[in-house]
Ligand binder design. Sequence first.
Ligand code: ADE
Length: 223
Amino acid sequence: MKIDVLTLFPEAFTPLQTSIVGRAVDSGILEINLINIRDFSKDKHKKCDDYPFGGGAGMLMTVQPVFDAVNSVYKKGAKIIFPSPVGKTLNVEKVESLSKCEHLIFVCGHYEGIDERFFQLFDVEQISIGDYVLTGGELPSMVIIDSVSRFVEGVITKESLENESFSNGLLEYPQYTRPQEFEGLKVPEVLVSGNHQEVEKWRKQQSLERTEKLRKDLLNNKK
Ligand code: ADE
């Protein structure tokens, strides 16, 4: 999968160089390109923001640098994403469907937003990561990229995807590793019994109990 990220702050994306996403990039499963929108500004001071017509608080991103930056990477079939609190809230279904795209282009907003003509010039999907406002689109872009990457074949094992929270509409069951006893707390007997059927039964039950306790809302839309 190819991911182009258009941002005024490319240095914010160092977390994607580490851990699972970093390894997927190193192994060539993912290609992530960081493009500085400022490099496309035709303003003599490389300015990328201006006051909103009609007045109001803060500055807006101007359309020209973003227009040229998108055109420098856009190829037919690419999906343009603009993280924004006005978008539909991200969920596992959306994440999985984005993972099927071959080319994603993220445009990271800043200041009070972006000139509306950007949305008239391109087919853009706005995606929110929750009902709160962040200072820019860099963190939400990373959240979307991280969650989508996990569904790209070869990034993590199929088994990890199958057993995790939301994969079957429930929260994941509790897990334990060595030592078998710590500070007087023992690993549940069933997990060391070697009886796989009983382990499965226990996990299912734990998933249900946890979901009932922490996210009752999920039980209503269970697959
Ligand atoms: N940009 C600012 N706040 C955001 C949010 N909640 N989700 C996505 N993008 C954003």
